[in-house]
Write a protein that binds this ligand. Structure first.
Ligand code: F0G
Length: 352
């Protein structure tokens, strides 16, 4: 049996217990796509790459952490797993639990989860429970239940999630031949920024690669790490990162500080504009996934210049297919034409 997931490729570098039983969908190995035109638009003179994590099996970076968390939970004997989620964790947990023969229970904030994520969780057979509250409320509930019942928690409080997710940093270094100078990524519950920083530090220790600066980006209406206090009613179109009390917030701030980077906020308009701009590169991401790149653009507009020759990587965390509504909701329906070539020609020529 040939398996090529992150545990097969990086297992020796992951701190997982001996009881771990590998459950994989061959996640990881996602493309690092050069974006020279976008780099030129942002002042040029540097190399820009998009790490497109939407190419993972369930369409988001969560699969890197879910293969490890579910594998550990299965080895420990868990028959059921639980998570709170803004959607992507739910779909990923549902898929990997299904593959492991476990039951998955996922809690989501009612009305605030994109259609493709909810559909995914249902398709993979999870028990989906909607909460009349926020992600943060849902997380408190699943933590409490996992402490009372033999149900494994697979949110990023689970350390094995981070073990898997740090492989994103390894892959970037392996493709570039060393670490980039700057890494930009969205921040919600702050597990991913924490995991990337762990990964880069591990490669620094074993391969003597330099460390990148980390630019973490939150949505302005949901930016507790920028404001310096929790946000009780987070609001943003980027529902994936609509989180007011990030559980790994302290570690995220530490990653930003240790790396001489920072955590900033961008508006929903900036996020949606960058989502559109990335689509012009042929890369369709969900809104939250455009936040890292939107943050870089905002920094550059505010006067920052990427030093000549540096390599910048923006992690685009989830696929645009996750949230189709955001794109189609403001568009007029596509033009309908009778099956006549002349009429089609008219419509096409009018648009050229
Ligand atoms: N981008 C996407 C597409 C996400 O789904 C998330 C988090 C993030 C970025 C932020 O990552 O939480 O590690 O800082 N989604 C979680 C979920 C909260 O439930 O799917 P983070």
């Amino acid at each position: 049996m040939i398996e090529n997931g992150i545990m097969a490729r990086y297992g020796a570098l992951l701190d997982l217990p001996a009881h771990t039983i590998p459950i994989t969908l061959n996640e990881g190995n996602t493309p690092l796509i050069p974006a020279p035109r976008l780099a030129d638009e942002l002042g040029g003179g540097f190399e820009l790459y998009i790490k497109f994590e939407g190419m993972n099996p369930t369409g988001s970076f969560k699969d890197r952490g879910m293969t490890t968390a579910i594998s550990e939970a299965l080895g420990a004997g868990a028959k059921a797993v639980i998570c709170a989620s803004t959607g992507n964790t739910a779909a990923s947990a549902a898929a990997y639990a299904a593959r492991a023969g476990q039951k998955a229970i996922v809690l989501i904030p009612r009305g605030k989860v994109a259609a493709g994520k909810l559909a995914g969780a249902v398709a993979y057979g999870a028990q989906v429970v909607q909460i009349d509250g926020s992600f943060d409320d849902a997380l408190n509930m699943v933590v409490a239940i996992s402490q009372r019942q033999p149900i494994a928690l697979v949110n990023s409080l689970n350390p094995y999630r981070l073990e898997g997710q740090k492989t994103g940093a390894f892959e970037i270094c392996d493709v570039l031949g060393s670490a980039p100078e700057l890494l930009c990524l969205p921040v919600g519950n702050a597990g991913n920024i924490t995991a990337y920083w762990m990964g880069f530090k591990q490669y620094e220790a074993i391969k003597s690669y330099c460390l990148p600066r980390i630019l973490g980006v939150q949505a302005a209406g949901s930016a507790p790490l920028v404001l310096g206090h929790p946000v009780d009613r987070p609001v943003t179109v980027a529902t994936a990162i609509r989180i007011g009390r990030p559980v790994r917030g302290e570690q995220a701030l530490q990653a930003a500080e240790e790396s001489s980077g920072k955590i900033i906020a961008v508006s929903d308009d900036e996020i949606l504009a960058m989502q559109k701009r990335l689509a012009k590169e042929g890369i369709w991401v969900e809104p939250a996934s455009a936040a890292g790149m939107a943050g870089l653009a905002a920094e550059i507009r505010a006067g920052y210049r990427v030093p000549a020759g540096q390599r910048v990587v923006a992690v685009c965390t989830g696929h645009g297919l996750k949230d189709p509504d955001i794109v189609v909701k403001d568009l007029p329906p596509a033009k309908a034409v009778p099956p006549m070539a002349e009429l089609l020609e008219e419509v096409i020529m009018a648009g050229l």
